[in-house]
Design a protein around this ligand. Sequence first.
Ligand code: 5MM
Length: 322
Amino acid sequence: MTAPGKGILAADESVATMSSRLEQAGVTATADSRRTYREILTSTPGLAGGVSGIIFCEETLAQVFSDGRPFAQAVRDLGMLPGIKVDTGAKPCPGLPGETVTEGLDGLPARLARYAAMGAAFAKWRAVFTISDNTPSWGAIACNANALARYAAACQEAGIVPIVEPEVLMTGDHSIQRCAEVTASVHAAVRQQLGLLRVDLAGIVLKPNMVIEGEDHPVTATAQQVAEATVSVLRAWPGDLAGIAFLSGGQTPQRATANLTALQAHRTPWPLTFSFGRALVSPALKAWRGDELKVGAAQDALSSHVNANAAALRLRGELQPA
Ligand code: 5MM
């Protein structure tokens, strides 16, 4: 999953999110249009050159390619690993108005056994934190960190590699410094809970947000500032973590790639790669719009963004100080 020069493609939008993105692109949302779109992405020629694994949602993992092969099998045949999002979404957190807790722990071991039998090699769980004057609260941080750790422990017992995704959203007008403080607090709680549940850090991939200003903040940080602030927060993680794969969080594809490039200039004990969703697939969806004559254009768009990010990873050796 953290092979040199490769990242992870996040194509695990929930049915609701995927449907709304398809409708916005002028495509009627059905189980089959969601399937077709995921097959177009997955079968992009040469994708395995820059992508080690693809995350799907449960619906896609249960679907088949147009030639009848289950998605998990087709992905493996193409030289990548199939993964599955196993949380059931961020839901209102009782007692904490306006905040969420990510659910999906009930029955998780049985579901993980089923996903493993369907061919899933890894899993993903995303906790979501919003920055405002009084959020995230310690309560929201604590219960989401505990759920992430329980999920990760269950994955390791099931022989599935967990991607642990604590996402501090870009929504808001906060500064990059405030994002750094909140991200550091969230990570500290996640590390503590992973430790309490004896999760083997060498067997997890952390999927964090980059440390970046809120989307309504008046000043846009440079890629070097984002990289510096991000690595400063991440240095609290021990060196035995298997790898760090960033989400894009609503950054433009160009900014996400520039920031990923700047991150490669920092010497770290773990690989710093990408697990982007929107920053990889948005241009492809825009190019496709449900038109079968545009499948090639959609795949070219995905390829070009995957290749740009994979190229950034290959700069690691060159950009780091000797
Ligand atoms: C692809 O989107 C994933 C699932 O979102 P929903 O369950 O809300 O539909 C999401 O978890 C994604 O994997 C991460 O947020 C990273 O995606 P971005 O677009 O932020 O890189």
